[in-house]
Design a protein around this ligand. Structure first.
Ligand SMILES: [Fe+2]
Length: 136
């Protein structure tokens, strides 16, 4: 399964949108690997790792933008990121402990979560971010 990017998910913050698109690609890569359509010694492991790592990186970058722009709802947003990271890590750890991940687990979960999160929390942040004067 591949996860098509939907323009309605754009926040208007270029770096954030690019990272969201990349997360969709990595989720798609993971499903392709699970379906046996990727090469390498451990394509599923590599794809699980890449998706999880990029989630963490993306959240850190987004939170840095929030901090830099004095976003008042930083803490609840950070908490939402923490919850997703914890759930993702749980699935990832199970995988690396030798359990088989069903194709329906990690990637669709991350993508569904992201869609909801972008629609509500990230777009709320983007509205704030665009109001803050650019000091650069
Ligand atoms: Fe976010």
């Amino acid at each position: 399964m591949t996860y098509a990017w939907d323009m309605s998910l754009e926040t208007g913050i270029e770096s954030v949108d690019a990272q969201h698109r990349r997360l969709f690609e990595l989720a798609s890569d993971l499903d392709l690997a699970i379906e046996g359509l990727a090469c390498g010694d451990d394509p599923v492991g590599d794809a699980v790792y890449a998706l999880t790592e990029y989630c963490v990186e993306h959240f850190a970058d987004e939170e840095a933008l929030m901090e830099g722009s004095g976003y008042p709802d930083l803490e609840p947003h950070r908490e939402a990121h923490r919850i997703l990271t914890a759930r993702t890590m749980k699935i990832t750890t199970r995988y690396f402990n030798g359990e088989e991940i069903a194709p329906t687990e990690l990637a669709p979960f991350v993508v569904d979560w992201l869609k909801n999160h972008i629609e509500r929390e990230d777009k709320a942040f983007a509205a704030h971010f665009k109001r803050v004067p650019d000091e650069s």
